[in-house]
Write a protein that binds this ligand. Structure first.
Ligand code: HEM
Ligand SMILES: *[C@@H]1O[C@H](CO)[C@@H](O)[C@H](O)[C@H]1NC(C)=O
Length: 330
């Protein structure tokens, strides 16, 4: 009799355990590496700090890299994979090459982590942590990063080109590109605020300076004074020069503030995609609100980064822990 009862209790317990299916949005966990490799986040932060001291631009590079990872095949570190003779990878798409930067920071962190706890920490998580640290180090709000992403094995140039929004997009195309990734229009406006740090190559906005259309040389939605400055930095005929770059937010290019939104209100948004946020009443309202309430924007930005970091993640048995972030495991 006693053993029957025990069997019942045990089988109920087993049933409960096996019926437990984690909810979709709880697949990643804050503190995922605690215990197994508890210094992960510390090591990554240290590598971001070291690189930032040498070149403050890496922070912008890493925030953008996380975005470009997540929008193509989900946040699976596909953006980190090098091209091979038989495959042109995402990082060689025009949207990424030559502008994407910060790869060495990921390599350095991965190298140390593979030495300390081999085979445990995914490249996708390293990038998500490094992006968070970059937000923090430039004065943005820090946030907890749910982790447990696995690395993908596929990286295609064509998919980067198909999924990454163009700086020439208008607000409806931007809204669609973000909706395709499960992000709404408010999140579009909030995340675009990342353009408060970093730089741009001339090609990303030169269409607004010269030969805008058959009747107008300059984009009329661009402040003429700002346009003149930009035309000096990016002379017509050299806009393809990969060495010519300008800060996206010239007033505070290394600080995560809300100057970006003030710029847009002053017709000084650098890209068509930035300035077009004023052309739709609801995105325009968001721009004004973010310009006026920096602390609201900071917390919305942190939340939106966490959400972006969950797009299409591989977890559990899918994917792998890459040994070298640049190559899929053999
Ligand atoms: C809304 C659609 C977006 C478009 C069309 C866009 C486009 C661009 C372009 C063209 C550049 C300049 C690249 C270059 O020429 O060097 C850039 C830079 C940058 N973007 Fe975006 N972006 C968008 C959204 C985002 C989002 C969501 C984030 C992050 C949350 C982000 C973060 C950055 C950062 C930090 C830089 C500076 C990179 C550096 O200094 O290396 N962008 N973006
Ligand atoms: C050129 O751009 C201006 C300003 O946006 C616009 O009013 C005009 O219709 C455009 N012309 C052509 C030919 O597209």
């Amino acid at each position: 009799m006693a053993s029957n009862k025990l069997t019942f209790v045990l089988s109920t317990f087993i049933l409960l355990v096996f019926q437990y299916v984690p909810p979709l949005d709880a697949q990643l966990q804050v503190g995922y590496y605690n215990g197994e490799c508890s210094f992960v986040e510390f090591i990554i932060k240290e590598e971001v700090r070291k690189a930032f001291i040498v070149d403050r631009g890496v922070a912008a590079g890493l925030v953008r890299m996380h975005f470009h990872d997540c929008f193509v095949r989900g946040c699976d570190a596909s953006v980190l994979i090098d091209s091979t003779p038989s495959n042109q990878a995402e990082k060689d798409a025009p949207a990424n090459n030559p502008s994407l930067r910060g790869f060495q920071v990921i390599d350095n962190a991965k190298g140390r982590l593979e030495f300390l706890c081999p085979g445990i920490v995914s490249c996708a998580d390293i990038l998500a942590f490094a992006a968070r640290d970059s937000v923090e180090i430039t004065g943005g709000l820090g946030y907890d990063v749910p982790a447990g992403r696995k690395d993908g094995r596929i990286s295609l140039l064509s998919e980067a080109s198909a999924n990454l929004p163009s700086p020439r997009f208008g607000v409806s195309q931007l809204t669609q590109a973000f909706a395709n990734k499960g992000l709404d229009q408010n999140e579009l406006v909030t995340l675009s605020g990342a353009h408060t740090i970093g730089r741009s190559h001339c090609t990303s906005f030169s269409n607004r300076l010269f030969n805008f259309n058959t009747t107008t040389a300059q984009d009329p939605t661009l402040d003429p004074l700002f346009a003149a400055q930009l035309a000096q930095q990016c002379p017509q005929g050299s806009t393809n020069n990969p060495n010519l770059v300008v800060p996206i937010d010239p007033s505070t290019p290394t600080i995560m503030d809300t100057a970006y939104y003030g710029n847009i209100l002053a017709n000084r948004g650098l890209f068509t995609s930035d300035q077009s946020l004023l052309t739709d009443p609801s995105t325009a309202t968001q721009v004004t609100q973010n310009a006026q309430d920096p602390s609201l924007w900071r917390s919305k930005f942190a939340d939106a980064m966490v959400k972006m970091g969950q797009i299409g993640v591989l977890t559990g048995g899918t994917g792998e822990i890459r040994v070298n972030c640049r190559v899929v495991n053999s």
